[in-house]
Design a protein. Structure first.
Lengths: 749, 151
């Protein structure tokens, strides 16, 4: 995170060019005079100078590539620079990777979310690498007085075969920097890829396993104070008054004060979360001292009254009702049952589902529920802020600093160019770190105390703050005719405070009569994006229902899905079907093959299959369960994914394996319940997380090979895991499971 | 407040803190050794795992006054150059995703290999189930431990 400054003088200069594709400004600045010290390793050094743009090259042919996007474990620090290096035709061994500065003008959107990192940077980064390569080739051609088209490159070297001349990229870096940036440079044919599609180790691996300070919570600087916020013990409560006299007597404590997050009437941007607006802030010298001193606070909380919030998000302005009251899980479940019987918003309708259900020979109806889930990033929320009258420096873990920057500008009354945000490696995100409350809180606290400060959430603060995955329910109905043909399908989904229905996803498009509806119950328990939002329930339930349907129809569950897909391909029903039939069928066919689905040897396993499409990619899993002491457990998993070109295969495999473990864990154990507004789980001794002993022995991942530009990866494999678990449990226990987390019904397996 | 003379990663360190201060925060905020992570504060996640005379302990629940003359090893002190066999195996298997829990995982695994040089799956499950990995890298952690056991 430290920005290296150079004492060497600048000889070359900056060029800026707008790329047609991603709207990204690309800057090149070749450093002709910054020489690495003799024998120096390829690590960060004072010889590097911080510049804008993606690529820097020294005369010694060391290439630095800046990763533009926030890193939260999806491995963009390695994967995105690989894309640049591929088109640059660099020697990966000579590439140094560094986290880029936060600058949405020069480095693009810089957000981690929606499984977009690789997808959105693929083309711009290829263009960036290819343009520099061409400039180097032109520089070499001019120097050698040969036609540019006769110059070739290989692993960071330039060659002219006829004359036998050669040189390094570094030799021509300075000269290349005065060549205008070419546009529309031809990109490599995927068959010529040398770096992309070849696994590269995590460039931060050594730092991670030796405990280097990479994370926001590790950040410190001279004079930095620690702040913590005491928030209400329950949703539906707010701060009334406090007595801090005892707290202020505690060692190390500097200040205790009340602070409003947003002023009255503030119009929230889409990611301006505020579970609690009246903050009670304790500031001290060290985290432990502040944690201790908080226990001495005497606070009076009071119930909130109903309010309306105006949120101006990506999809325009909307009003959100925040009801009063202290909610409990039991009453929420009862309320969901009540709402599920009432008319709902129609989201999609094909054919005449009402008549089809009336004429059905058999109707299968099943209702599913799932609880709120906490993200539980291993690194609790935190952010460093140093706000002065004319500038602000913010350092920490965030998935999309650019979404929070305008809010900071408004609240701190500072122009955006006076706000510097540095992106720390995140100890997980899972969607939670796309929200801005903790960043804004840190900035306001620093402004108030006029000092550099790190805001730290304790685990309890983090787990009980809200921004949870919503609580969901869905009722699925299927109509079969006398010949057991599927003639109608009805999905009615609801949630607190939003539903999970993706109306245009499979099996929409494959069934003549189709109806999807949704409803929602307002709540003062706040929610936010959680790995594959909506999909994580939609996929979990739809794929469990299809399994049951296949059984009722006497069909193999994979073949049944393939039949539906065939129908959607040959004679699609309705419009706006989101999925690509062939890619969907592709992962199913591959899982059938790779899992040995029809192999008699696998009969000893209780096997559950599920597939799903979301975030532009396709995933399927087969989960194999066995029993130990009479209780089922996941022995092994097969996964197939179509996410287009896989840039860094082993890292991609790791992420799919992680999604599988995450899915098994949340399906079996994940649950955040409430009693009178109070979260009943506030730490890992009460919130059950999947652990080593419950993880599968093996997770075999196979990617569909094609030349489609990369699509999503972090989220797509997650939703179908829940259903594969449910379907395998049925085979193991002879009983269907409809309510997550399943471990409750199994009996603590 | 009281002065404590500690043996951290083979070096004598002196701190002046409240005797009840957990070793986790002494390491992180008084000695600037931030490789030991705060994850839960209740010894339920393992991110703060260190060695006390070679035994894996959760430093978030260990008051500094309880250490006495015992030697503390943190992830920063596990090896000179990041070349402990577990660190090598971790890199070979490219274990980390976000990386936050991995220091604690490596420390728990190092203590395991000391007491059981050739651990079975069950040994690994027992020794490592106190360490949560939210990213779900368990399969790779297990593979890396097995690799390291052979190095």
């Amino acid at each position: 995170m430290k920005q290296a400054k150079s004492t060497t003088s600048r000889r070359s200069f900056l060029k800026v060019s707008a790329l047609a594709s991603g709207g990204i400004m690309l800057s090149f600045n070749f450093w002709a005079e910054a020489k690495p010290l003799p024998g120096k390793q390829l690590t960060d050094s004072k010889d590097w100078v911080e510049l804008n743009g993606y690529i820097k090259i020294t005369p010694d042919n060391v290439i630095k590539i800046l990763n533009p996007n926030p890193e939260f474990g999806q491995n963009v620090m390695t994967t995105l620079p690989m894309i640049v290096a591929e088109e640059l035709d660099a020697d990966w061994q000579k590439v140094v990777v560094e986290m880029g500065p936060h600058d949405n003008v020069k480095l693009g959107p810089q957000f981690t979310g929606g499984s977009n990192s690789t997808r959105m940077y693929w083309k711009p980064l290829r263009d960036a690498g290819a343009a520099v390569r061409q400039m180097l080739m032109q520089a070499a051609a001019q120097t050698w007085s040969v036609p540019a088209e006769e110059v070739t490159t290989k692993a960071g070297m330039l060659y002219h075969e006829k004359s036998g001349k050669s040189g390094t990229y570094g030799d021509f870096a300075s000269k290349a920097s005065v060549i205008p940036v070419p546009k529309g440079v031809k990109l490599k044919d995927p068959k010529d890829f040398k770096i992309v599609r070849n696994s590269k180790k995590n460039v931060e691996g050594l730092k991670i396993v030796t405990g280097k300070p990479l994370f926001g919570l590790d950040y410190t600087q001279e004079g930095m104070l620690i702040a913590m916020i005491e928030h209400p013990p329950a949703f539906g409560m707010k701060l009334k008054s406090f007595d801090a006299s005892e707290t202020l007597k505690m060692p190390g404590i500097k200040d205790v004060f009340g602070q409003k997050l947003y002023e009255d009437g503030y119009e929230q941007a889409g990611f301006d979360t505020r579970t609690f607006n009246d903050l009670l802030v304790v500031v001290g010298k060290t985290t432990w001292e502040v944690m201790n001193a908080r226990k001495k606070l005497k606070v009076t909380w009071e119930p909130i009254s109903e309010s309306k919030e105006t949120i101006a998000g990506f999809r325009g302005k909307r009003e959100v009702i925040v009801p009063a009251g202290l909610e409990s899980t039991s009453t929420q479940l009862a309320k969901m049952v009540e709402y599920s019987k009432m008319p709902a918003e129609q989201l999609r309708k094909d054919g005449d589902p009402e008549t089809a259900f009336k004429n059905a020979a058999q109707i299968i109806e099943r209702t599913y529920t799932a609880p709120f889930l906490a993200h539980n990033c291993m690194e609790p929320m935190n952010f460093f802020a140093h706000v002065t009258d004319d500038s602000a420096l913010l350092i920490g873990p965030h998935q999309a600093p650019g979404w929070i920057e305008p809010t900071l500008s408004k609240i701190l009354n500072l122009p955006v160019d006076k706000i510097e945000i540095r992106m720390a490696r995140m100890g997980g995100g899972f969607g939670l770190r796309a929200y801005g409350h903790y960043v804004t809180e840190a900035a306001l606290i620093s402004k108030k105390i006029k000092a550099p400060v790190k805001l730290v959430y304790s685990r309890e603060d983090d787990m009980t703050y809200g921004i949870y995955r919503p609580m969901y329910t869905a009722t699925y109905r299927a109509a079969l005719d006398a010949n057991k043909n599927l003639i109608a399908f009805h999905l009615k989904g609801g949630g607190i405070p939003e539903h999970a229905v993706h109306a245009n996803r499979f099996p929409a498009g494959a069934i003549d009569n189709y109806l999807a509806e949704g409803w929602a119950i307002p709540s003062n328990i706040t929610i936010g994006a959680f790995r594959a939002p909506g999909s994580n329930f939609n996929g979990a339930t739809e794929q469990a229902f299809l399994d049951e349907l296949a059984e009722a129809m006497g069909k193999d569950p994979i073949d049944f899905r393939l039949e539906l897909l065939k129908r959607a391909k040959e004679n699609p029903v309705g419009k706006n079907n989101e999925y690509d039939v062939d890619r969907y069928a592709g992962v199913l066919n591959l899982i059938k093959e790779k899992s040995g689905w029809n192999n008699p040897e696998n009969k000893k396993y209780s096997r559950g299959v599920a597939a799903y499409f979301c975030h532009n990619s396709y995933a399927a899993h087969v989960i194999d369960m066995l029993k130990k002491d009479g209780k089922p457990y996941v022995e092994r998993v097969f996964s197939t994914i179509d996410c287009g070109i896989v840039v860094n295969p082993d890292a991609a495999t790791n992420m799919v394996q992680g999604a599988v473990v995450d899915g098994i864990g949340n399906a079996l154990y994940g649950e955040l319940t409430h009693k009178d507004g109070v979260p009943e789980q506030n730490n890992f001794n009460r919130y059950r997380m999947i652990r080593m002993r419950e993880a599968p022995k093996s997770i075999e991942v196979h990617f569909v090979e094609n030349n489609i530009d990369p699509t999503g990866l972090g989220e797509p494999p997650f939703p179908p895991v829940f259903a594969a678990v449910a379907n395998a449990l049925y085979k193991s226990m002879g009983k269907r499971f409809y309510s997550q987390p399943f471990s409750k019904e199994i009996g603590g397996a | 407040m009281a002065v404590f003379n500690l043996n951290i990663n083979g070096t004598k360190q002196q701190v002046d803190v409240d005797p009840k201060t957990p070793v986790l925060w002494v390491l992180r905020e008084h000695l600037n050794l931030t490789g030991t992570k705060y994850g839960c504060g209740v010894a339920a996640c393992g991110a703060c795992t260190i060695h006390l005379d070679g035994t894996a302990v959760r430093s978030c629940q260990l008051p500094v006054v309880a250490i006495g003359s015992k030697a503390v090893t943190t992830i920063e002190g596990l090896s000179e150059n990041g070349d402990h066999r577990l660190q090598k195996a971790w890199l070979e298997h490219d274990v980390p995703q976000c990386g936050y829990c991995q220091g604690g995982q490596v420390m728990s695994a190092a203590a395991l290999l000391k007491s059981k040089p050739s651990p079975t799956d069950e040994d690994i499950d027992a020794a490592m189930s106190g360490n949560i990995c939210r990213c779900g890298t368990y399969v790779r952690i297990k593979a890396a431990i097995k690799t390291a056991a052979k190095l």
